[in-house]
Design a protein around this ligand. Sequence first.
Ligand code: ADP
Length: 216
Amino acid sequence: GDLGTEQRRRVELMKSSSESLTIVINDILDYSRVQSGALRVVSKPFKLKDIADQTMDLLQVTAEKKGLALKLEMDHAVPEWLSGDPARLRQVLVNLVANAIKFSERGSVRVCFSLLGSVGQAVQVRCEVIDRGIGIDPQQIDYLFLPFSQADESSSRQHGGSGLGLAISRQLVELLGGRIGAMSNSEGGSTFWFELPFETSQPAAATATLGTPEPK
Ligand code: ADP
């Protein structure tokens, strides 16, 4: 029904508090799931550009609200279709892009995919999430990938979060056989990157017709 100004303010506060709490609970659940070895990695064909676009779409509004431009740069050498775990890839990407937005007040957040190398069907893909935000102290980089760690003690009060996002991302990337890291940019801001092994793949429809037919 109709809410007065003060009531609306309180309801909105409840809504944003419950959203923050949900993020923290989901982070803890994800972290424990990987820790307990209960997380299964799948391998299926997917289009890398689709995963990147979905991530950008998901976070576009948050970036716009802060006046940040969100840009995707996909190197032409990266194969269009890959075989791997698209859900885990998206989870890592969402984590890094959401952080880049969270810790930036100006400029843009660029997501750049490139091909590191290929041998036969096997490819190594690198992704960099580059921001012009508050930056990171190089001495703190390794510490940030540990669970419950944040660069600034006041950060969780100011920006929310659990300090688990990067720990989860590292677990997932390592589970997928890759590496993750970060560096500060010389012109300010930071770059978080990960490198993952995939196989090149045929489009999903083509592999489906080659594989076992779906049960009716
Ligand atoms: P959370 O974001 O929930 O605090 P994370 O594990 O995702 O937890 O990040 C840990 C800490 O790493 C953050 O609190 C912040 O101090 C630092 N950090 C992460 N991403 C960035 C970034 N893009 N720029 C600056 N600092 C960052």
